[in-house]
Design a protein around this ligand. Structure first.
Ligand code: GLA
Length: 424
């Protein structure tokens, strides 16, 4: 049973001990006084390993519990220690994106851009080695994303010779995917394409049109959608070339906002499009980014899983980029990117009520992840010391993860890792 310091009375000891100790009643945090961890939480050293708790909860040995990281997290404190204790999977936050793996040759750009003479695998290799050496799984993120596509993919004369242009772009995509998939043979799941769906709810055309890939494939009257089909086809072929298949290397379509019905509909129609392509392109599931807000509706998270399950029983659900912003921003915040309409900054010490709300939501989310089709859960970051949400959608303090800025388990961690803890 967990030990607590500075408990002031017998009743309090009983109540708190239940948090993690399996007592009769529910435990509580933060306790009125004392407790070993910051903010009155149990001592950090008493935290159970998240990967062990979740594998038991979901009834899956070695269930991938992941974090997205940069290479320096494999050596820096507190990241490395948290990773080794709590996580069984890593995703490259940026190291395996196309503009890192194969940038333009220095000094070239635009329509005359050329690829660098050799790919830049070093950052990704650091992650792959860390995963391999520590018996962790490696998720691949991502083979194609409109925001990180170096311009050499699209170089050439699209006006004078559109037919050759399109064939060249297609060949570059094939070569790139083969090179990268073959280089990282131990990846257990690839986000083959990232964010290819339209943001317009229930769009007549479910594809994102403001993508250089969509535009390049549309040259000369070509079907602009086919880059998605081709990406899955080439990934399927590349996977086979290294002796892997759908049982050990999943090919996923990754996108944000699947918790919104209209976006979800667009995403699923693209999945169906790939399934119907008839070219041999395989697709094994949907990666749900789930960059959520404090007011997220867990029923809609479940609805996203169910929609994929209903499309085909062969498809899996991965949670790929989970974080929970402590703000509830309105939709126009994400276009304006100013305060207001984005919510005002809480500053360095967000209200305790907000952190409790976050803990409650996190518990409900990890309960919602408890379904057979959900086969991987990854957080977009390790601890609140490093999160993209401090600069997106505006510069503002955010605290979206399970560990605090010092790397200690937050109330959200305890809410997930210990069902006996009562959230105040
Ligand atoms: C998207 C991408 C991620 C990451 C985040 C923000 O969700 O898929 O790779 O870039 O944006 O950092």
């Amino acid at each position: 049973m967990r030990q607590f310091r500075a408990a002031t009375g017998a009743a309090l000891i009983v109540m708190l001990s239940a948090c993690g100790g399996g007592g009769d009643g529910g435990g509580s945090f933060p306790p009125p006084s004392g407790g070993g961890g910051g903010g009155g939480l149990p001592p950090p050293s008493s935290a159970p390993a998240l990967k062990t708790v979740l594998a038991a909860k979901y009834g899956v040995v070695d269930f991938p519990v992941g974090a997205a990281i940069e290479p320096n997290s494999t050596t820096n404190a507190p990241d490395r220690d948290i990773l080794l204790k709590h996580y069984s999977s890593i995703t490259a936050e940026n190291a395996m994106k196309p503009d890192t793996v194969w940038p333009n040759k220095a000094g070239t750009s635009g329509a005359t851009a050329q690829p660098a003479d050799t790919p830049n695998f070093a950052p990704g290799d650091t992650l792959a080695a860390f995963a391999f050496n520590n018996n962790m799984k490696l998720r691949g993120h991502t083979l194609l994303w409109h925001q990180t596509a170096p311009t050499w993919f699209f170089a050439g004369d699209r006006v004078g010779d559109p037919v050759s242009y399109r064939i060249n772009v297609q060949q570059r995509l094939r070569d790139y995917i083969f090179t990268v998939v073959q280089h990282f043979p131990n990846v257990y799941a690839w986000d083959v394409v990232n964010e290819v769906a339209s943001d317009t709810p229930f769009d007549a055309n479910p594809f994102r049109t403001n993508s250089p890939w969509y535009e390049a494939y549309g040259v000369g009257g070509g079907d602009p959608r086919e880059y998605v089909r081709d990406a899955f086809l080439f990934a399927t072929q590349a996977r086979a070339s290294i002796g892997k298949n759908s049982s050990n290397m999943k090919l996923m379509l990754n996108d944000y906002n699947p918790e919104l019905a209209g976006k979800r509909d667009n995403v699923l129609r693209i999945v169906q499009y790939v399934m119907d392509a008839g070219t041999g392109a395989d697709i094994n599931g949907v990666g749900h980014q789930f960059h959520l807000q404090i007011n997220a509706d867990v029923a809609q998270v479940t609805a996203a899983f169910q929609a994929v399950e209903n499309l085909s029983s062969t498809l899996e659900n991965h949670v790929t980029e989970l974080d929970v912003s402590i703000y509830a921003d309105p939709g126009d915040c994400f276009s304006a990117r100013t305060i207001p309409p984005c919510a005002a900054d809480y500053g360095a010490n967000p209200p305790a009520t907000v952190m409790s709300q976050q803990a409650t939501l996190y518990r409900a989310l990890y309960n919602a992840f408890d379904r057979p089709s959900v086969t991987s859960v990854t957080s977009w970051g390790i601890a609140d010391n490093h999160t993209w949400l401090n600069t997106f959608p505006v510069n503002r303090t955010n605290r979206p993860l399970l560990f605090d800025t010092a790397g200690n388990p937050k109330s959200a961690f305890w809410a997930v890792a210990d069902s006996s803890c009562v959230i105040p």
